[in-house]
Design a protein around this ligand. Sequence first.
Ligand code: C2E
Ligand code: CA
Ligand code: CA
Length: 775
Amino acid sequence: MLFKNSLKFRINKLVVSIVLLISIVILLAIWFATSRHANTQLTRELEVGHSVFVNSLESRENLLVNAATVLTEDFGFKQAIATLDSATIDSMLNNHSERISADIMLVMSLDDKVIGKTDTLTTASGNYLTTAIFDTVMRDGGLITFNLINGKLYQSLFLTVDAPNPIAIAMVGFEMDQKLVDRFSQLTTLDITILFDQDKSSYLTTLSSADADIVLKANLRQQEDTKQVSSQHLTSQAFRLENYPQFSGYVMLTQNTDLLFKEFYTLIKDVAAISVIAVLVALLLGISFSKNVTKPLERLSVLAKRISRGDYKNTIELNNSTTEIADLSVAFKQMQLNISEREKTISYNATHDMVTGLYNRTRLLELVQQGIRDNNTFQVIAIQIHGFRELNETFGYKVGDECLQYLASEIKVKGGCTARIAGGEVIWLPDHKLSLENIVDIQSELERSILVSQVKVRIKLVIGIVSVNDNTHKNSVFDEAEDVIRSLSIAASHARITNNNIQYYLPEQEAAYIQRIEVLYELQHLLESENKDELAMFYQPKMALENDKVDKMEALIRWNSKKLGFVSPEMFIPIAESAGIIKSLSQWVIRRVVRDLSRWQLPEQQIAINLSAQDIVCGDLINYIDDCLAEFNIPMSQLSFEITESDIMSDPQRAINQLNKFVEKGFTLAIDDFGTGHSSLSYIKDFPVQTLKIDKAFILQLDQNEDDQTIVKCINSLANNFGLSVVAEGVENKASLDLLRQLGCQYIQGYYISRPMPAAEVPSWLEQFHSKKEC
Ligand code: C2E
Ligand code: CA
Ligand code: CA
């Protein structure tokens, strides 16, 4: 079955079938053409033989007529008959017969008595004139016929001897003997059989007795039909002699078809032999051709099987193949190469990160799992680009990707294994244990300004560390790589939220982490829902020290969650920032503050709104503020903004560019929490701000802490030099207030003046405060 379906078998079958078919068609065509030709020839030969035979008989007949006429008209001969002079008659008959070589001559009286004869007739028993012959001769004066005399067949002419009435009948005859038949046969090139009567017993023939039997049998069945009759190898045609009505026998001309068809059969045999040879040659050629075609195909199929088994290295060389097979082979090799390349790419992609070329999550998990299995002690370090999301949003993903690539390449050269799971983070498994100092060094080495896509970006990093199987760390034993990665994100998240830039994983971070997840979940829901009643704005006054009046306040958000209770902004604001949902929160704050301003109708009050770094980079926030102010008809001068120093310092140049847009619009800006963010003094002159807000950490114990006093003093003189006003927040007592007044601070804010209050209380509080002062 398999073999029958094979290409080799089919090619051979096709070639042999074609050759066989052609041979059969040729053979049939030859057969029909030659047999038609042979039959035509046969018919022609029989026709020609027939006319030659008849003509020969006629010429002999003429001889007989001439001889007989001369004899019967001879006066002496008539006289001899009249006188019954037998001797003269015999002598004349002998002379005449000799002259025309007649075999027999005789003269009969009208009553059928022989009155003279040639010597050739030894016994003249008489009875030569049958009634039919006699009547015809008497009526017509003559008759030509065949007749049997003494068992011999003669072509005989009977003629009356007239004086003037018939007195006798003369007969002249040529014997039809074997010699004559042979001569006729030579003349006609056919076998001749002369049947003396309808009975086949007496006849003359040139055929062998066996052939004569065949011919006679066949023709007797056909009786006297002149149609051709074929029997075995003989074809014959019988005909009666029309000029001899008295003769009841007939003549048969026979052709030996074996002889006629001999050459034709030879031709057929030759063609058949050639056909057999052609079939064999075709078969051999077919085998060789199919081998040429199928061998390379078989080898290619072996190659395909190898490829399917994933063997792309071994190739198969195909020699002496046709162009098509060679092309196929080239295509196969190319395919092999392409599949191998693609497989390499697929397996590379399966284990690598597309952006950085580092290992991906799958591979990282494998490596960590391997380390756990081998009971190795190793560190897993997550190095995150701080504010990666804003980086992408401000400069586009290309810049973000390039920053990541920078980070990846810098860490990769430090050895060990590097991977990226997602976001702006590279995970590093150093090949030796790193101390905290080492990590701090690496952090400060990597945190620098880099130029990517013509943008100068300052990279700030957040680092989370997990130690695995390290005795010096508690809870460093892990069973699953997933747990290590989870702990790593807890550490990194902790580092990010607490602004504590390098953070080892500690189990106690888990609770805060889970809490953060809860807070984030609730906050997301709240921001998505229509009803945001859980949120409220509180306002904390800022008192101007030059006149002890409150003309500025800070807007502070409050969240009283039904599920979680009161959640401090210090808790949920960093979560909202790191989850990227601060923008919608800020929009809610801005709209609520502007709405409150419009309700209060206190045009001399300026409200400061806290913005986070993401708010600043978000280009359309200014438009949103504009829209809100326009909607509630509030002048721009009633709003100002505070931005924490650490936000600005993570990328000062970028912050300057963004803050300029606010200043250009006409808003006043303050640097919040000043003194904590390690500001470079060189930047301060470039910051487009009007106010420095000293962090409450330096104010809360100002009256007792001389260091704080020195710091506040420095900040004040710095601010004065740059023409900036100073706000001190966290003033809780009069002593601190007095100190700040001495140091030349412009505004103070703190519980000493007032705690943050709900919006509704602001107008009455202000009224009360100012009326108290006036008193
Ligand atoms: P901040 O901008 O430094 O706000 C001042 C914080 O100090 C407020 O805490 C305020 O209640 C507190 N404070 C004021 N005076 C005193 C004092 O005399 N003693 C003490 N111990 N604390 C005082 P709050 O309201 O919890 O806000 C915490 C932080 O949350 C804020 O720090 C600010 O960074 C952020 N925040 C609050 N509201 C918003 C907001 O609407 N948007 C954004 N982006 N951040 C906000
Ligand atoms: Ca503030
Ligand atoms: Ca502050």
